[in-house]
Design a protein around this ligand. Structure first.
Ligand SMILES: Cc1cc2nc3c(=O)[nH]c(=O)nc-3n(C[C@H](O)[C@H](O)[C@H](O)COP(=O)(O)OP(=O)(O)OC[C@H]3O[C@@H](n4cnc5c(N)ncnc54)[C@H](O)[C@@H]3O)c2cc1C
Length: 443
């Protein structure tokens, strides 16, 4: 998360010519692994040195671009960390490894404030309505989401986001800071705009990333996008244009304190009873749970239960926003990712001839399918806080009425790391070597 400025003596040729994979990527596990293999040699000192440079659309070769795959767990943290640490020492890959744990930090932190995201979602329509009723805010919001503000460099990021479904981390920070402190628009609407357009849009990383920039995550610590920093880290895409041409002379020169709209209860840490590991009792399993279907959700498309299920089914993609639909890029990637998951699992269990429902099902059809196939239980990977989790909660009640139980199994990685995300990142970060040892990745 922290920035590091590039030294003035950086050899231009080595970092200007960053080649990135074809974009948008295919939403498959195979593509995620291929991209990981192509990137892993750069995850050491090269990443540490160049990761903060936003070279522009199609040139994000200094970062991994793995976030869409991690978002849906087409590949998981273990895949990424084990591949990278097979090529680099922990100290060489320290920065990259730390960034992967930033994702886990946000996930675990939000999980321990389980009322925060639902309350933010509940407030969104009102915030949106208020913004549309205020002439100044309405004009500025419309300009911001259409890339038509008086700040050309901001407009360029907006265009890139809409066209590609991706923005470099630094651009996300600058964009959010300008949205909040220069355009003076509600952070909630910015976060909503992001999550509908980012292919990797994630309730935890996105909501909390915006709150971090706004100074609401760490009290009194907000993030100011400055012309100097943008010039240093985005020089390759600024093409020698002046501050005036880019609108950098119009940026806010100071941040201000934002009011907190969430209730004290939503911000309060809740005690979590982390789900127990899956039972390894093969003989008693079927007797305990009965006929069990594996349910795939967009939250985790590679988790595999320890026991073979009696059927495979997937839940259709969940809407990401309560005020507007996701972009076509986002919908297409998510739907293809779910399709890839279904195909892989169907192939995996093909010999057993399990019934598999294709394509992904909505809630109503899913319940029907489970009843028709005489399932007693459904098992799925733990769905973290977000729209899918809310759907699963409602589904659990509907299924209970049909005598079908639904249980979520948490991955060992999440059970290991998330409980340490209760305070600042530092508390979790200092345990990274210990986590890697437990994962047998420490050298
Ligand atoms: C306002 C804002 C909104 C964001 N919204 C999202 C979001 O919706 N989804 C999302 O995955 N990330 C989000 N991020 C974090 C970060 O920008 C992206 O994860 C990163 O840019 C993805 O590109 P990459 O895969 O090339 O990252 P790399 O630099 O190659 O990092 C490797 C992996 O580490 C994780 N990671 C890296 N940086 C961060 C970070 N700061 N926070 C959390 N995880 C990180 C990602 O899973 C990423 O794929 C947001 C950041 C900000 C400031």
């Amino acid at each position: 998360m922290q920035q590091m400025s590039l030294g003035a003596s950086e050899p231009a040729s080595s970092w200007y010519e960053a080649v990135q994979p074809a974009w948008p990527p295919q939403a498959t596990r195979a593509q995620g692994l291929e991209q990981l293999a192509a990137f892993s040699s750069k995850a050491g000192r090269a990443y540490q040195t160049h990761r903060n440079s936003d070279l522009g659309s199609g040139r994000h070769g200094h970062v991994s671009l793995l976030s869409p795959f991690l978002r849906h767990r087409l590949i998981d943290e273990n895949d990424v960390l084990s591949r990278v640490l097979a090529e680099h020492s922990q100290s060489e890959a320290f920065k990259f490894v730390q960034e992967v744990f930033w994702r886990s930090y946000w996930k675990g932190w939000l999980e321990q404030r389980r009322l925060l995201w639902p309350e933010y979602q509940q407030q969104l329509p009102r915030i949106f309505q208020r913004a549309t009723q205020n002439r100044r805010e309405s004009n500025d919001y419309t300009a911001a989401v259409n890339g038509a503000t008086h700040i050309p460099v901001f407009n360029e990021w907006c265009e890139e986001l809409i066209r590609t479904g991706y923005l470099h981390n630094h651009a996300r920070m600058w964009f959010a800071s300008i949205w909040i402190f220069t355009l003076k628009l509600p952070w909630q609407l910015g976060a909503d705009f992001f999550v509908r357009h980012l292919i990797d849009g994630d309730p935890a990383s996105n909501t909390l990333g915006w709150r971090w920039v706004a100074g609401l995550h760490t009290a009194g610590k907000s993030y100011l996008a400055t012309a100097k920093n943008i010039r240093t880290c985005a020089q390759a895409r600024l093409a020698g244009r002046s501050d005036h041409e880019l609108g950098l002379n119009k940026l806010a020169t100071a941040t201000f304190n934002l009011p907190e709209h969430l209730s004290a209860k939503a911000l309060q840490k809740t005690e979590i009873r982390w789900p127990a590991p899956e039972t390894a009792d093969v003989t008693g399993y079927r007797e305990n749970h009965g006929r069990t279907a594996l349910l795939l959700t967009e939250e985790d498309l590679s988790w595999m239960p320890s026991q073979q299920p009696q059927g495979v089914v997937a839940l259709s993609a969940s809407p990401r926003s309560v005020i507007a639909s996701s972009s076509r890029l986002v919908s297409r990637f998510t739907e293809s990712a779910i399709h890839d998951g279904l195909q892989r699992f169907t192939r995996h269990y093909a010999a057993a001839g399990l019934p598999c429902a294709e394509p992904a099902l909505d809630d109503e059809t899913l319940v029907q399918w489970l009843v028709e196939h005489r399932m007693d239980a459904v098992v799925c990977a733990y769905a973290p806080i977000g729209p899918t989790r809310l759907r699963l909660r409602a589904l659990r009640n509907r299924l209970a009425c049909k005598g079908i139980s639904l249980r979520m199994q948490m991955r060992d990685y999440d059970r290991l790391v998330w409980p340490h995300a209760s305070r600042g990142f530092f508390q979790l970060g200092k345990r990274i070597p210990e986590f890697l040892d437990i994962m047998r990745l420490g050298v």
